[in-house]
Write a protein that binds this ligand. Structure first.
Ligand code: NAI
Ligand SMILES: CC(C)c1ccc(C(=O)O)c(O)c1O
Length: 305
């Protein structure tokens, strides 16, 4: 039986560890030729090491698959283009970009400095755009292709001490939808996965509150990164040809479809509003639909299944 992504060429960024590694292995097991990209940096984005990407390539080859290592950073226009070019030079085509590479620089908003902000935005948001943009001419020319971008509940719901990461991950949601709209006429799709998996990145989140400690313990127990791979392989396959502009949340054995912002309640006045009217009429009418200041663990409070 042929694999679900047989013959396709998939670029997975940040594939030397964690979720990216799991997706790269699963893509190869389903017949894809894989560009295993990883800069080999620390969780905080420091240093470089060719080892992680090469080790995953070796694993894929040992299992009979085809893969090539790439150690360029996603966080530069030229280097992102080199990653895509590696696919073209090695395999002659590109079908899927998995924008997975990521780092963390957690800090409370009022203490976050410019470098912490820029480093996270550069890898997650700029890196995802650079990679997507570098692949776009090839996708457009062949009339097919798809993107899978990793977003996060930190953006979709909220978590404390991650303003840079939240902004980047919500930026990715907007970018994915915009790409889905702009590229639909060329047969190109774009979707987001919001993963929950035990990885070195999760291990780096400070467990300084009882809630965060509990969350980390649950993740280590239940959430192997390999649980993220089946949906990613499906999204890269031709069987997903009508799936675009969606956001999925994957946690252990659950695959959840995430809602997108729409108006939940509205008020209007024929002659417009004064600030006093807003206070006295609009806000009281809307208040019952206000969302509380929830964090991820408040919204997804049930045990992973
Ligand atoms: N683990 C989780 O529960 C969650 C993870 N995510 C997202 O999933 C993605 C993967 O996360 P994990 O596997 O947990 O992290 P990880 O730290 O295990 O892997 C990330 C990989 O990205 C690589 N990388 C960092 N900067 C790079 C750059 N500039 N260019 C190329 N590679 C680079 C690192 O070397 C590392 O191997 C990230 O985008 C993360 O934000 C989102 C929500 C939850
Ligand atoms: C790995 C990152 C920082 C992280 C941690 C926890 C959650 C969550 O509670 O859902 C995330 O979505 C993350 O992206």
């Amino acid at each position: 039986m042929s694999g679900m992504v047989e013959g396709k060429v998939v670029v997975v960024t940040g594939a030397g560890n964690g979720i990216g590694r799991a997706i790269a292995l699963a893509m190869a097991a389903e017949g894809a030729r894989v560009v295993v990209n990883d800069l080999g940096s620390s969780v905080h984005g420091e240093g470089q090491d060719a080892g992680p990407a090469q080790r995953v390539v070796d694993e894929i080859k040992a299992a009979g698959g085809e893969a090539v290592a790439s150690t360029d950073s996603v966080a530069g226009w030229d280097s992102a283009h080199r990653i895509v070019q590696t696919a073209m030079d090695t395999f002659g085509q590109i079908d899927t970009v998995v924008n997975n590479a990521g780092i963390l620089r957690d800090r409370m908003f009022h203490k976050m400095d410019e470098q912490e902000w820029m480093a996270v935005l550069n890898v997650h948001l700029n890196g995802s755009f650079f990679m997507a943009r570098a692949a776009a001419p090839h996708f457009r020319a062949q009339g097919s292709g798809n993107y899978i971008h990793m977003t996060s509940n930190t953006g979709l719901v909220g978590n404390i001490g991650q303003v840079n990461y939240a902004a980047a991950k919500m930026g990715i949601v907007g970018m994915s939808k915009a790409i889905a709209l702009d590229m639909a006429n060329f047969g190109v799709r774009s979707n987001c996965i919001s993963p929950a998996a035990w990885s070195r990145m999760i291990g780096a989140v400070p467990t300084d509150t009882p809630e965060k400690k509990l969350q980390a313990e649950r993740m280590e127990r239940m959430m192997h990164p390999s649980r993220q791979a089946p949906l990613a392989v499906f999204l890269a396959s031709d069987q997903a040809k009508d799936v675009s502009g969606q956001i999925f949340y994957v946690r252990a054995n659950e695959i959840m479809l995430v809602s997108q912002p729409r108006v939940t309640r509205s008020v209007h006045r024929d002659n417009g509003w004064t600030p006093r009217d807003v206070a006295e009429h609009a806000i009281p009418a809307l208040r019952s639909s206000f969302l509380p200041l929830h964090q991820t663990h408040d919204v997804y409070s049930w045990e992973p299944i």
